[in-house]
Design a protein around this ligand. Sequence first.
Ligand code: C2E
Ligand code: SIN
Ligand code: SIN
Ligand code: FE
Ligand code: FE
Length: 694
Amino acid sequence: MKSWLRSRPLRTALIYIVFGSLWILISDNVLDALIPHTSQTYIQAQTIKGWLFILFSALLLLSIMQSDMKALKKNEEELRKNEMKYRALFNQTHDAVFILDLQGYHLDANQRAAAMLGYTREELIGLKFSDISAEKEKSEIIFKQLLQGDQIPLYERIFKKKNGETIPVEVNVELVRDSHGMPFHIQSTIRDITERKKFEETLRRSEILFFKIFRSSPIGINIFRLSDGRSYNANDAFLELAGYPREELINHSAAELNLFVDTEIRNTWMASLKEGRRVVNQDARIRRKSGEIRNSLASLDIIEINGEAMILTIAVDITERKNAEAHIRTQLKRLSALNSIDRAISSSLNIQTALDILLGEVVSQLEVDSACILLFNNTSQVLENAASRGFSSPFIHQTSVRLGDELAGKVGRDRKVLHIPNLPELGNGYQRWELIKAEEFREYFGVPLIAKGQFKGVLEIFNRKPLHPDVEWLDYLETLGEQAAIAIESAQLFEGLQRSNQELTMAYDATIAGWSRAMDLRDKETEGHTKRVSNLTIKLAEFLGISPQEQIHIRRGALLHDIGKLGVPDYILHKPGKLTEEEWDIMRKHPTYAHDMLISINYLRPALDIPYCHHEKWDGSGYPRGLKGEDIPLSARIFAIVDVWDALRSDRPYRSGWSAQQTYKYIQTESGKHFDPKIVDVFLKMLDESPEWF
Ligand code: C2E
Ligand code: SIN
Ligand code: SIN
Ligand code: FE
Ligand code: FE
């Protein structure tokens, strides 16, 4: 239908015109055909036709109006229903809805709007939009734009409630036009976004918090894209660790920067990450931009950021810790080296052994090529090589430096560490130039060895490459120097002690010899007996395979065997005839007297067995204790045979000396009774082989 036909009055008029025209056209022609139009009937018929026209028109109009009324009613009903529907929507919607006139005054507001702002609906109607806005100027600008026909996208605004409180809202505002397209009114839908704002704020705060943690964490964090390995973000600690400025690291991959020293290890990490396993606390060496290698402890995990898979790398720089560990290890090694040097010094009293051990530690702990120790000879005032290590030429053995001369002599004179960083610069003119040249030495340290204020020698260090010593190295060098001095000191002391001991021993032995001579002199008849039995006892001991150390004690014991007779009065000792029982009681005490006299002399204690036990008998019938068999000390069993042999061969005040054959036989018969049979066998065999004893 054409649009103008939709207008009901127009349509009604049109129908009426068509109806009227048809009526006039048809009715006049029918009347003309039936009735001549000059007759009286014609006039009457014309009148009836007129009335009929009125009647039919009325009927037509009535039916049109009736159908129109019906349609109108239906329309109204629908409108009412619609209105109710929209009203319900208007009132029930969760959002506040305002209808505003073109000046901005509220024409209507729903219940939600009233509840949201704390007004009644009636109060809201009549207020202007700017009355409920906490941002009036912004609201007015929007309103102007709206009236100009601009489309306004969703925006946020702060509204003011009746009680003055504010709420954040989201506004959807629209200009509503009438059917002619003219601005009619404004509709705005307002949503309370307090919760959303709160959530956003919380999120923002936690994001800020985490970002702050990320940025300021002392632990290095780098986030790589899994896809291309490029860095998405890294914190300052990581940049610091890697030594790159931010712009040179972000968006670059570790491979590009050659960041990981051990790429193979990193590949295995990537493989385990792809299998869903995290990498935790692994040693990772990181190459800084400068090329310096830092040790780090790294953990890797895959995380998702904005829907993209990333590798979160956390790395702590542990270089200092590693260095400290290595440092402690070195110190421990040095300490235990010092300890083993100490033990070497105290256990090996041989100066050579101690110095060799010490030099071994010097070379290995100080990591130098060569070291030697020159000892100072006080008499000749010359330093001579005493021990050396790490020299390949023989020149070191020719070292002989006067105090004050050359490098070592200077160290000795100044008693200070001497450091020569570049030996070749010294040039020729040194006696030890040959050594330096042959060994291609470059750096030198000379340490004076001083013990108890006395200069003992020089510890020398030689190295073929520059040493770059640190303070601790130098400290350790000096400590080793002190150790060397102590080693030399104690070795020299021991040598001295040995010498003085020897002197003392000699003095003691001279004393013993003097005593025994005095004893022999006391009984003129037995002169020389002591010396003879001592010599013969040693001879027999040698035959029996007794050690030289033990022989020393046996000799002393033999020399002193009858020292106890000093306690026996002359009248008994020199009695020409047999002893009475009382005299025997005294005579039998002479071994006990010897024991009591010698026990308090330390160095004679090991020699005591012979003086104390030389009258014990194998069968237990001897004195003073009646010991039996092998309970009798070996040295005493040996000696007893020799003593009786010599006593019988000698003249005594109470009888003359026996012949060798007689004595030989006597010893033989006493074997197993008075004497140890095994020793008797050896003794007699020895006599057989040495006729000079007869
Ligand atoms: P001595 O004279 O040096 O004798 C050492 C040991 O050689 C004696 O230990 C004894 O085992 C043996 N011996 C020495 N002379 C004889 C001997 O004539 N016959 C035999 N069978 N064995 C002899 P003994 O017997 O324990 O004597 C210890 C010491 O007592 C002797 O040392 C000597 O100084 C003294 N003595 C022993 N018998 C007499 C004695 O008849 N008159 C005197 N005046 N002194 C005697
Ligand atoms: C409204 O349309 O109700 C408010 C408009 C505004 O504050 O921007
Ligand atoms: C001695 O044996 O050395 C002297 C006295 C003796 O045995 O008769
Ligand atoms: Fe005796
Ligand atoms: Fe004797």
